[in-house]
Each structure stands twice: as C-alpha cells, then as structure tokens.
Design a protein around this ligand. Structure first.
Ligand code: NDP
Ligand code: 2IT
Length: 449
C-alpha cells in the first residue's frame, strides 16, 4: 500500500518524525492516508487550515502512575494512559484496555481509529482510548479492585458525562467497569453516566454486553445479502479470541444459522466440527474465567491446538478475528484465501497486518476494517449515554433495532463513499473516507482550534 499524494506523504512523514517509535500508530495512519487520495484530489479545501496536521495530533495524551498493593502487600506500579484524540464531533469516547502490551503507540493507534469509527456510527461521539500495562490474568478479585480504584484515582479528574466517557476493551469487562465507576462516583460525589458498559442496575444499557459481537454479525449479514446475494446461514465461520466480542459474535452467528467451528485465546485454539458449544464456552470463560484449553477437557470430541495463530489454517467461509491487533499475518491471510474465504470482518481493532490487508485487497474477498465492522459496541455505548442523559431505560428490543439500523447505515455509508470516490465495493476505502469526511468538516467548521 503506497501513499500516492504528496500532501498525504508529508503528513505521514511528519507523524513518523515526531513519533519515530510508534509502529502501530504509523500502521493505522498509513492505512487511512492511502484511502484519502481521491478526497484530497477532489476536495482539497477539506484539507486546508491544517486539518490533517491537526487530525494526527491528539488533543491531549495523559500518562500517569498507577500504584497499588498486591495480595502479599507488595507495592506494584503500572503505567496508565488516556488519549483524548479528537472532540470535533462530540465528547471523547472510547474504551480502556488492561494488557501488558499496552504502550503509548497502542493507545494512540486505538484512539486514532476510534475517532473515525465513532464518526461512522452517526452519533455525536469524539475519539479516545485509554488503559494500562496491567495484566489482569491470575490476579485475585481484590487485586483487580485495588488496581481499578488506583487507576480511577487519577483518571477521574479528566473524564465526565459531557467531557470524556470511557468503556471496556481487552481486560476491562463488566466487573472492572463496576470497580472503576464506583471509585469515580465516590471521588466526584456524583452518579451520572461518565462511563458506559455499566451494570443494568446502575444506568447501563441492555445489549451493551452483546453489542460488538452482534453488530459484527449484523454487518456481515447485510454485506453478504447486498454484495453476494447470500447470508451467514450455513456458512463455516472461524472466530478468534474467546472474550466479550468473540462470545457474542459466536452467539449471533449461530442464531443466524452459521456453523462456528473454532475459537481461541492467547495460548491456543479449539476446533469443534460439531459447532462451538456456546453454553460451555460461556461457562468456561465468563463464569469460571478459565483457559480455552478447558473446553477440550469437558468436550473430548473437540480438538485443542497450542498456539493461537494456527486457527487461521482452518478452512472457513467467513473469518472474524476478535482477539487483538495484527493477529492475521500475511501468511495467515494466504491460507485463508487458498481455503476459499468469502469475507473477513475485523472484530478486533486492526486485526490484520498491513501486508495481510494488501493481499486480501488483491483478491475477491469482502474485507471490512474494524472501524466499520466492530462499531456496534461504541454505538450502543452512545445509546447508553443518551439513556443516561434522558434518565431513561430502553427495552432490549428497542436497543437491538437501533443497533441493527446503525450497522446497516454504516454499511451504506461505506458502500456509497466507495462508489463516490471511484473504488466501488472497496469497504476499506469507503469506511476510511466516510469516517474522515464528517470529522474533517466538523474541524473546518470550528476553525483552527
Ligand atoms: P476480552 O478481554 O474480553 O477478550 C480478549 C480475547 O482476545 C481473549 O480471548 C484473549 O485471550 C485474546 N487475546 C488478547 N490479546 C491477545 C494476544 N496478544 N494474542 C492472542 N489472543 C489475545 O476483550 P474484548 O473481547 O473486549 O476485545 C477483543 C477485541 O475487540 C480487541 O481488539 C478490542 O479492541 C476489540 N473491541 C472491543 C469492543 C468491546 O466493546 N469490548 C468494541 C470494539 C472492539 P487471553 O485471555 O489469553 O489474553
Ligand atoms: O474499540 C472499541 O470501540 C471499544 N472498545 C468500545 C468503546 C466504547 O466506548 O464503547
């Protein structure tokens, strides 16, 4: 993938010279800039007033110490982050990730991507991301609570219902949101929706837990119907990961008649030709918080293989990576294509390496980048914010209908932008352009700030 336009090349070089050691951020930036070539040619005025220079620079990047005490009374210190990337179209919005791989490059790429994803939802949400290099694996419940409280003891001064609204991501689920939000309310003497993904009994929205995985499948169904005159019914689907996004992608794909034959975690993968046993998966992952290997113990007919990348060797019609960034290498993409892949939808943010994206783009495979495919999670977060602001609580059916409408409208926006800018059916180009246009127009309209 080459950046063709000189202005866009200069922007990329500027970002790299300013932040030479942020490879994930460079990757996400390059992927966007490559797609913007026709916009710069057609509407150069959209890039005047330094819109691109401003867009690549976060409005604020906060880094802080998180000190906490482990179960043996030892003091531990982690590094916390929040990047408030862009507020041109609404309050900063994006998840928190607790994982040892978190660093400022990962947080910046995630916050950058979030800006365009949130734009695609059609809701008034700016872009943000945060987290810490804390590893929740093997920690006791008390340790998790202690860490969350310490993390929020700094973050609380930077967030608020109309300022910045965090949510979950890798390693941050309903339990962690509870501890984080509890500490926020205590410190602020306020009980308002400054976070999403809250418990249903504390202002949370029905369907937020399921939203990302369900949204991914709603997008897949719409795309397969409109572009291939088929559906998920009867398709063989491989879904990586076994966390929040993966579990609810399995649930909705199965409900739509697909046969989901594999899931994974960072140690290895399970292949189950009979179709993944969803109640068993939920019991192991959500209730008992065990490794995916345990599935084989309880269902001996399944196969367990060490190493997570091997999951892409399994022939399938639809691939839904739902674990982490760059989980699909060029080699994995080659295997998927050779095995007859029809569609790949990114549930995880930036699932594919740049080489994998390039390769898939050369084939007749439907490819949906994360900013479009996994936008259902943040979309329902936006609906949670609307409910909180209106002191309302909507039914499951209402939120589900709205989620379906939002995912179908994101598909429409991607397809129309791809047509308008000369790349019909290229949903990567369409998502990047449609996401960018709204943010750029909002920034132009507000002047140089
Ligand atoms: P969870 O923490 O619930 O689950 C993450 C899953 O991915 C686990 O199975 C985990 O395995 C696996 N995983 C994490 N890191 C790696 C790695 N380095 N290599 C292999 N496997 C890994 O997170 P979510 O399900 O919430 O998030 C998954 C992806 O979806 C992320 O990319 C996230 O950014 C994205 N996303 C999440 C949204 C949400 O609402 N939660 C919304 C939109 C996107 P293990 O337990 O072994 O670490
Ligand atoms: O990557 C994402 O979109 C998320 N982790 C969800 C963000 C949110 O604010 O719900």
């Amino acid at each position: 993938m080459e950046i063709k336009n000189q202005l866009l090349k200069d922007i990329y070089d500027l970002a790299r010279s300013r932040d030479p050691h942020k490879p994930e951020f460079h990757q996400a930036l390059k992927e966007l800039l490559v797609s913007l070539h026709p916009v710069v040619e057609k509407q150069p005025q959209l890039c005047s007033r330094g819109v691109l220079e401003r867009l690549i620079e976060p409005e604020r990047l906060i880094q802080f110490r998180v000190a906490w005490r482990d179960r043996s009374g030892e003091t531990r210190v982690n590094r916390g982050y929040r990047v408030q990337f862009n507020s041109a179209i609404g309050p900063y919005k994006g998840g928190l990730r607790f994982h040892p791989s978190v660093n400022s490059s990962v947080i910046k790429f995630l916050g950058f991507e979030q800006t365009f994803k949130n734009s695609l939802t059609g809701l008034p949400l700016g872009g943000a991301k945060g987290g810490a290099d804390f590893d929740p694996h093997g920690k006791s419940d008390d340790e998790i609570m202690s860490f969350c409280q310490s993390y929020m003891s700094e973050l609380f001064r930077h967030i608020g219902a109309s300022t910045d609204v965090p949510a979950g991501d890798i390693g941050v689920g309903n339990r962690e949101i509870g501890y984080l939000y509890g500490q926020y309310c205590r410190l602020m003497n306020i009980s308002e929706g400054a976070m999403t993904g809250k418990g249903i009994f504390a202002g949370g929205s029905l369907l937020r837990t399921e939203a990302t995985g369900y949204g991914l499948c709603y997008f897949a169904e719409e795309m397969l119907t409109r572009l291939r005159q088929t559906s998920l019914e009867g398709k063989k689907v491989v879904i990586s990961g076994s966390g929040n996004v993966a579990i609810y992608a399995v649930e909705k794909a199965q409900a739509l008649g697909a046969r989901v034959i594999a899931v994974s975690d960072s140690d290895g993968y399970i292949a189950d030709e009979e179709g993944i046993d969803l109640p068993l998966l939920k019991q192991i992952k959500e209730v008992e918080r065990l490794r995916i290997k345990e599935y084989k113990q309880r269902k001996p007919s399944a196969v367990y293989v060490e190493g997570s990348e091997g999951i892409w060797d399994i022939p399938c019609d639809v691939a839904m990576p739902c674990a982490t960034q760059n989980e699909i290498s060029k080699e994995s993409a080659e295997k998927l294509i050779r095995n007859g892949l029809i569609a790949l939808l990114e549930g995880s943010n930036m699932s594919c390496t740049a080489e994998a994206v390039q390769l898939i783009g050369e084939e007749d495979v439907l490819y949906v980048p994360a900013k479009a495919a996994n936008a259902g999670g943040v979309a329902v977060s936006g609906l949670e914010m609307a409910q909180n602001a209106g002191r309302a609580s909507w039914s499951y059916e209402k939120v589900d209908r709205m989620l379906q409408d939002i995912m179908c409208s994101i598909f429409d926006k991607c397809l129309s932008a791809s047509e308008e800018y000369g790349a019909r059916g290229n949903l990567l180009v369409g998502a990047n352009i449609a996401g960018f246009l709204k943010v750029a127009k909002a920034m132009q309209w507000q002047g140089v700030v």
